[in-house]
Design a protein around this ligand. Structure first.
Ligand SMILES: Cc1cc2nc3c(=O)[nH]c(=O)nc-3n(C[C@H](O)[C@H](O)[C@H](O)COP(=O)(O)O)c2cc1C
Length: 407
């Protein structure tokens, strides 16, 4: 589980989005975290303590003078026990009080006493968000080392539209995991391709493959958790973009190649997980090809698609390139040959096409020294291991350390 053995102090303040904190609490518990909830006085007007107690399995704290803590210093005890303090939703009021170092209730006092990372997820009316006082307070909190998640844009509870919505609980969970992950790729830009491509035959038919995009999306998410700026170029999938990742959606191999080449100069790492079609129909028909009872089935002439990984690896100053190989037989021999042919330092072998669309996978790494198992398990866990390997190899490569990141 993503947050096994982690202790999260979830502080909820008095905004309409407090109801979403209940869902966040549930997701945190489901991810394996020990969750301790603190409500401000205003928050308890929006959602009752009983909801959070039921979801977290622990009594909720609101009062600075709570006598349930043996030494009566709840602000110290609760802060010490947490690996991370998450304030969600964070009102304009708590941002102001935390920035000024006020300590006039349990949460504000606890934040001063914390001595550990704090993640604020602001939520408020757009004018409150844009107010210079709020922006000043945020700048102070950032300078003090706080992590700010969001806000998102869209329709607000007050009926207005703009910036100030609480980031959705699923996305907040991803950012909480990122906040607890070592920043092994901080300052790096990682470009990831994912998913299948779709090569049209006519306006309604096309050639594609069984890639779901799950492995590539997991790699993009893991790279972002490790602190990288992540660019994701994705073929057609039903998946939501990982939180904090810049996604470009394409359809064909040629579009994917164009999107990669347009952004590759920013990247220090390129991870090609997409299952790019090797061929496309030489001609795309303008109208749907009609079936006629007497005519034989049409044959489709194919043309070779660009080899995106080989093209990136052949750039004068290539980023650190990682390829993926999915074979239906002889993975070891084919993957080793593919690594050499594409001239990339690292290739990842998917052990069997039966992993397409699944949440689990088994991966093997191929490098200049041979091949090594990366293990089997959930794709996100394997992606985290792969990102760890990439970060380690990048740091060990003195060449790459000496060449300044390209802008
Ligand atoms: C119905 C209602 C909705 C509110 N929604 C928000 C909100 O979304 N964001 C915000 O910053 N303040 C909001 N406020 C104002 C805060 O509740 C108020 O500033 C309060 O003092 C916050 O206290 P706290 O930060 O200690 O929880 C709202 C107030 C009311 C009455």
């Amino acid at each position: 589980m993503d947050l096994q053995d982690r202790s999260i102090l979830l502080a909820v303040t008095g905004g309409v989005a407090a109801y979403k904190a209940a869902e966040l609490c549930r997701l945190l518990v489901k991810a394996g975290a020990q969750v301790q909830v603190v409500l401000t006085e205003s928050a308890s007007r929006f959602v009752g303590a009983a909801t959070f107690q039921a979801l977290s399995g622990k009594p909720v704290f609101t009062d600075l003078w709570d006598a349930r803590v043996p030494n009566t210093m709840a602000h110290i005890e609760l802060a010490r026990a947490a690996d991370l303090i998450v304030v969600a939703p964070a009102t304009a009021h708590i941002l102001a009080r935390a920035a000024q170092g006020l300590a006039d209730d349990l949460l504000s006092t606890l934040l001063l006493a914390a001595g550990k990372p704090v993640l604020f997820a602001p939520a408020m009316n757009r004018e409150m968000w844009l107010h210079p006082a709020t922006q000043r307070n945020l700048a102070i909190l950032r300078a003090d080392g706080a992590r700010i998640c969001g806000p998102a844009s869209g329709e607000q509870a007050c009926g207005e539209v703009g910036e100030g919505r609480l980031v959705e609980p699923d996305d907040l969970l991803q950012d909480i995991i990122a906040a607890l992950t070592p920043n092994s790729l901080e300052g790096r830009t990682v470009l990831v391709t994912a998913g299948p491509t779709f090569e049209p035959i006519d306006p309604v038919r096309g050639l594609t493959n069984r890639s779901s995009g799950k492995m590539g999306y997991a790699v993009a998410r893991a790279a972002r958790e490790a602190g990288a700026h992540v660019l994701l170029v994705s073929g057609p999938t039903a998946l939501a973009a990982p939180f904090g990742v810049e996604r470009t959606v394409v359809e064909t191999a040629q579009q994917m190649a164009d999107a990669v080449m347009a952004q590759i100069a920013q990247a220090q790492v390129f991870i090609a997980t997409a299952a790019v079609a090797d061929w496309r129909p030489a001609q795309v028909l303008a109208q749907k090809q009609k079936k006629s009872p007497d005519a034989p089935p049409p044959s489709i002439a194919l043309q070779t698609n660009p080899d995106i990984l080989a093209a990136v690896a052949a750039l004068p100053q290539p980023p650190y390139c990682v390829g993926f190989a999915a074979e239906s037989e002889n993975l070891i021999a084919h993957a080793a040959a593919k690594r050499a042919r594409k001239n990339v330092p690292l290739l990842v072998g998917n052990l069997g096409p039966e992993t397409f669309g699944q949440d689990d996978n088994r991966l093997e790494l191929f490098d200049a020294s041979g091949h090594h198992p990366l293990g089997s398990g959930r794709k996100i866990e394997l992606a985290r291991k792969l990102i760890g390997e990439v970060a380690r190899r990048l740091a060990a490569s003195s060449n790459l350390i000496q060449s300044p990141p390209r802008t």
